[in-house]
Design a protein around this ligand. Structure first.
Ligand SMILES: CC(C)(COP(=O)(O)OP(=O)(O)OC[C@H]1O[C@@H](n2cnc3c(N)ncnc32)[C@H](O)[C@@H]1OP(=O)(O)O)[C@@H](O)C(=O)NCCC(=O)NCCSC(=O)CC(=O)O
Length: 373
């Protein structure tokens, strides 16, 4: 079987960051106004008063201190609480394609490649800006890539599932090299008025170049030793937004058309599944856990990552063993584990072993075992 490498990664970080303090001040202003506007109904018991959010809770429950977003003024306006970004004309590069291009250029540079070397573009993320034409085909045109592209959505596991598709395309000879892109504009699916989840997500885009080991020219290569994917249906993380919403006009704009979750159940279900999957992947690659020096885990919640590393290692992880980017990026869905990989790989020596692991809605779990070359 042809050996395949990740030869470069890239990261687009939006220019605007929102601190927990700013976010909570906005939510609490909104909640206060809602309670004042509905004082009579709250008194009568027909409407439930909104409770205030708290910076201390957010940090303790999630490890998140701030998040990047495409546009922050609209989110922080208590009368609006959603970004304000003008729709672009059909002949302009779309917002999601624009951040793909930025991340892709960085990944291509790091891989020592140009668009002419790429045959396939995968846009793999939780939320596509539109149904069609595929975002990947627009990105392909913007970068002047000759070949093919398509979109795929496996929620938070989109990047690892995308890597597996890219590996298969290179091994089967469909593509010399593949660009996998994870443009997560999660600010669009987040209900900023929901106290339980308003702090969870942030925006970012990651890019990964995957190609045959014997052709790669990059100084930053990681050989892919094993990929393992698993899905198991659950309603505990769900978003009912879709083009059939218009069949029932009463449903349009309802809170369930945005991200919703049973956070505690997700925590309980997913941690053991992810740890098991990582251990299985390490064994499938013919390795043992003590040989692995780094885990680039999906970044949803700090406590979740601490527990998963403990289940794998049988002890607390040492600093650096499972790097965290949640504090400044929050949960960037499929981009999270790749941001951790991108930012925390250059210090590893040749031969170091690591696992990229994603987990999220579906449920979906993906593990990719790599060795630094
Ligand atoms: C969501 C959580 C951070 C919530 O933390 P906890 O479970 O500790 O908290 P909880 O919801 O039980 O709430 C505890 C108490 O705090 C209150 N509480 C809730 N929100 C609050 C807020 N903003 N400020 C202050 N208090 C708050 C609750 O009302 C409750 O009160 P009382 O005690 O009075 O009842 C966590 O459960 C979590 O991260 N779970 C994993 C979620 C996850 O990974 N999801 C994947 C995301 S999807 C993803 O990554 C992408 C994808 O796949 O698409």
């Amino acid at each position: 079987m042809k050996q395949v490498v990740i030869s470069g990664t890239g990261l687009y970080t939006p220019p605007n960051s929102i601190s927990n303090e700013e976010l909570v001040a906005c939510f609490n202003a909104y909640a206060e106004q809602f309670n004042a506007d509905n004082a009579g109904a709250i008194e009568a018991g027909t409407v439930t008063a909104l409770e205030p959010s708290s910076v201390a809770f957010i940090e303790k429950a999630s490890g998140i201190k701030s998040r990047y977003v495409m546009e922050k003024e609209g989110i922080l306006d208590p009368k609006r609480m959603v970004s304000r970004i003008a729709e672009r004309a059909d002949d302009e590069l779309s917002l999601q394609a624009e951040i793909c291009v930025a991340a892709a250029q960085q990944a291509l540079d790091r891989a020592g490649r140009s668009a002419a070397d790429i045959d396939m573009v995968l846009v793999a993320c939780s939320n596509m800006q539109r149904a069609y034409p595929a975002m990947a085909v627009e990105v392909q045109q913007a970068l002047n890539i000759d070949g093919y592209g398509f979109d795929m959505n496996v929620a938070c596991s989109s990047a690892t599932f995308g890597i597996q598709q890219a590996v298969a395309a290179v091994q089967s000879g469909q593509a010399r090299a593949v660009l996998v892109l994870n443009p997560e504009i999660t600010s669009g699916h987040l209900n900023w008025r929901d106290r339980d989840s308003h702090f969870i997500f942030g925006d970012a885009c990651t890019a990964i170049v995957i190609e045959a080991k014997d052709a790669a020219v990059s100084q930053h290569q990681f050989e892919i030793l094993d990929t393992k994917l698993k899905t198991s249906f659950s309603n505990n993380i769900r978003n009912n937004f879709g083009f059939l919403n218009r069949f029932d006009e009463a449903g349009a704009g309802q809170p369930d058309k945005l991200f919703k979750q049973q956070g505690r159940k997700v925590f309980k279900d997913v941690c053991p599944m992810a740890a098991e999957m990582i251990k299985e992947s390490i064994a499938r690659a013919g390795l043992e856990v003590p040989q692995v020096s780094r885990y680039w885990l999906h970044q949803a919640n700090l406590n979740m990552n601490l527990l998963i590393s403990k289940l794998i290692l049988g002890r607390e992880a040492e600093p650096g063993e499972a790097p965290v980017i949640l504090d400044s990026y929050a949960n960037t869905s499929s981009a999270g584990s790749i941001i951790a990989f991108h930012k925390h790989q250059d210090d590893l020596p040749t031969g170091a072993l690591g696992v990229i692991c994603s987990f999220g809605a579906g449920y979906s779990i993906g593990a990719v075992v790599v060795r630094k070359l």
